[in-house]
Design a protein around this ligand. Structure first.
Ligand code: SAM
Length: 243
């Protein structure tokens, strides 16, 4: 009885861990966001397992049935189309329900888009906030306004057709001069990270229509005078006490 969350590549098929392969070989069944997409990966890995659909539209209905299967002794693996399940992807509801029923849960470490984007950005990575996708309509302005005073580096997921609008709104709320980056097509053939003030990123992508998947990183607001923090690589054990 166990639920595994297994990260899968975000582009480059070599980015799957040996343990992820082992777990996918051992489980009784695999739950997939899109059975066709995961089927391609499983064929590539030569893994043949029962594959069931688990996506945002059937998450609520399926959770109880899956909990029953797990309680019956089954071991299941949840995968999403790409990256780590539960990160801007389905997974949270099932994990919470498993924990409630004392079913062991284990998330393997592995690919996810926001970590390489954050590190590639060159912006402080010692403290950051993962914002995922901004709401498209309701609540969007509130979320943007909340970011105005954020001092940590902000990481956002975005689709190419909303990129310019989001960069423009971030520039309006934060400042056109705020250092930022856009990482596109991470781990893929045309991987690209563009760095600069928000105004430059807007000009760049107004000229070159963005394509593919992308992550935006934006530097946080400078701390108020006297409350400054030292720039460091982010190791907690290097921190001074009571700065
Ligand atoms: N679960 C995934 C993860 O762990 O990163 C995220 C899934 S979310 C539905 C998809 C979003 O992740 C994309 O719109 C994009 O913002 C980001 N993303 C996924 N793959 C990417 C890649 N190869 N390059 C850049 N961004 C990527």
């Amino acid at each position: 009885m166990k639920l595994y969350l297994v990260p899968t590549p975000i582009g480059n098929l070599d980015d799957i861990t040996l343990r992820a392969i082992k777990v996918l070989q051992q489980v009784d069944a695999i739950l997939a966001e899109d059975t066709r997409t995961s089927g391609v990966l499983l064929r590539h890995l030569n893994i043949s397992k029962p594959l069931h659909s688990y996506h945002i539209f059937n998450e609520h209905q399926t959770v109880q049935r899956l909990v029953d299967q797990l309680k019956g002794g089954k071991t299941l693996a949840l995968v999403s189309d790409a990256g780590t399940p539960g990160i801007s992807d389905p997974g949270f509801l099932l994990v919470r329900e498993c924990i409630r029923h004392a079913i062991p849960v284990e998330c393997l470490p592995g690919p996810t888009a926001f970590v390489p984007a954050l590190v590639n950005s060159g912006l402080p990575a010692d403290r950051f906030t993962f914002e995922g996708f901004l709401p498209h309509k309701k609540g969007r302005q509130t979320r943007l306004a909340e970011l105005a005073d954020e001092e940590r580096t902000m990481v956002l997921y975005e689709s190419p057709h909303r990129l310019l609008k989001t960069l423009q709104q971030l520039a309006d709320v934060l400042s056109p001069d705020r250092p930022a980056s856009v990482s596109r097509e991470l781990t893929k053939l045309f991987e690209e990270t563009v760095r600069g003030p928000l105004s430059e990123l807007i000009a760049y992508f107004a000229e070159k229509t963005p394509k593919g998947e992308l992550v935006i990183c934006v530097q946080g607001k400078a701390p108020e005078k006297g409350k400054g923090r030292k720039e460091r690589g982010g190791r907690a054990d290097e921190a001074d006490e009571d700065e």
